[in-house]
Structures are given as C-alpha cells and as structure tokens.
Design a protein around this ligand. Structure first.
Ligand SMILES: Nc1ncnc2c1ncn2[C@@H]1O[C@H](COP(=O)(O)OP(=O)(O)O)[C@@H](O)[C@H]1O
Ligand SMILES: O=C(O)C1=C[C@@H](OP(=O)(O)O)[C@@H](O)[C@H](O)C1
Length: 185
C-alpha cells in the first residue's frame, strides 16, 4: 500500500467536522504511515487547549502556531496529517502542504451542522449562530479547498472506513495526472 504513494505524505484539509481526524487515523493505519493532527501538536507546543489559545492570545497567535507546526510536519515523509479547517487561509501554508498529496474531505454543510451541534472544542463555533457561521466559513474557504489535489465527496451515512477506501481507490488517478516533484522520485 505504501508503494502506491512512494512514501509521500497525505495532508487532509476541509472544514471542521468533515472527519479529517477520524479518517486520517484509519488511512494512516492502512498505509502503514504515522498519523499527526496539527491541532494536537499546537496544543502541545502552547501547553494550552485550542479554546484557551483563542481566548487568551487570539486567533492570529493560533495561526502563527499552526504555520509553525505545519512547517515542521512538511519535512516528514510517510505521514498522514489531519489539518485544522482554517489552514488553507494563509498562502504560506500552501507551500508546506504541497510537500505532500493534499486531499479535501468535502461534506455537505447540513451533515457538519448535525455532527457539531453539541461540540464545545471549536472556538469559531461558540456563537449562538453556529450553523450560519459554519456555512459562511465554508463559502469563504471553498475556493481554497478546491485547490487540493483530490476531492473526496462525503455522503450522508458513509462510514469512516468507506470514506478511507474511496480515498485510497482514487489516489492513483491523481498521482498520474500530477507531475512528479523531485522529492517524490
Ligand atoms: N463518517 C463519519 N460518520 C459519522 N460520524 C463521523 C464520521 N466522521 C467523523 N465523524 C464524527 O464527527 C465528528 C468530527 O469528526 P473529526 O474527525 O473530529 O473531524 P475534523 O477533524 O475534520 O474536525 C466526531 O465526533 C467524529 O466522531
Ligand atoms: O476552521 C478553523 O479555522 C479551525 C478548525 C479547527 O480544526 P478542525 O477542522 O480539526 O475542527 C481548529 O484548528 C480551530 O478550532 C480552527
């Protein structure tokens, strides 16, 4: 399975709740890759939760830490990296994401709203109008997610295992159509 990607890392992008962490862990296991979650690493570096970083130091500080963690991860091979939903917003982050295969998990907003209805860990969704906030974030970011190498459309009731299987099935199509950067050879 690893041969398919020749050790190239996979970066999962997409809005909050699409399943980057859930799918990423299964994908890593199936590829025989390591798994990393940028949010977990940010919390470790800062010694605070994501909520605390936003509340005490603000979103800009969180974005700086996110870029710092991503820069370090981009040097790794054989890794699946679940990124935070806002990672696509900073142009510099794309230079790091392009070290690997960028996969967009694209779930309908109604599904995300249902999944995150009770969530308290995402500071951008703490407002009373969380459903609208999620929709507007998705609209702003959609053109950026579309820059990914591969888009995986997620349907209602699809299990993480089914989504992972679909992703693995589609990898060869994108590897063929993408020029092979030197570090991939
Ligand atoms: N395919 C799926 N079917 C049902 N629930 C899912 C699926 N993928 C993720 N979830 C659930 O949705 C929530 C958000 O998933 P998560 O992997 O944390 O998303 P992300 O990392 O993209 O924010 C979690 O509670 C997770 O268990
Ligand atoms: O969309 C965003 O800007 C964010 C998404 C979160 O990650 P998930 O996409 O893993 O929830 C986390 O990085 C932070 O709360 C900000």
């Amino acid at each position: 399975m690893t041969n398919l990607l020749q050790g190239v890392s996979v970066f999962l992008v997409g809005i909050m709740g699409t399943g980057k962490t859930t799918v990423g862990q299964i994908l890593a296991q199936q590829l025989g890759y390591r798994f990393f979650d940028t949010d977990v690493l940010i919390e470790r570096v800062a010694g605070q939760t994501i909520n605390e970083i936003f509340a005490r130091q603000g979103e800009e500080r969180f974005r700086e830490l996110e870029t710092q963690v991503l820069a370090e991860l981009s040097a790794y091979t054989k890794s699946v990296i679940a990124t935070g939903g806002g990672i696509v917003m900073r142009p510099i982050n794309w230079s790091y994401l392009h070290h690997g295969l960028i996969v967009w998990l694209d779930a309908p907003v109604e599904l995300l709203q249902k999944r995150l209805a009770e969530d308290t860990t995402r500071p951008l969704l703490q407002a009373a109008d969380r459903a609208e906030k999620l929709s507007s974030l998705l609209e702003i970011r959609r053109p950026l997610y579309q820059q990914a190498d591969l888009q995986i459309a997620i349907a209602q009731n699809q299990t993480p295992q089914e989504i992972t299987a679909k992703l693995i099935e589609q990898i060869p199509t994108v590897l063929k159509s993408k020029a092979t950067p030197l570090e991939w050879q």
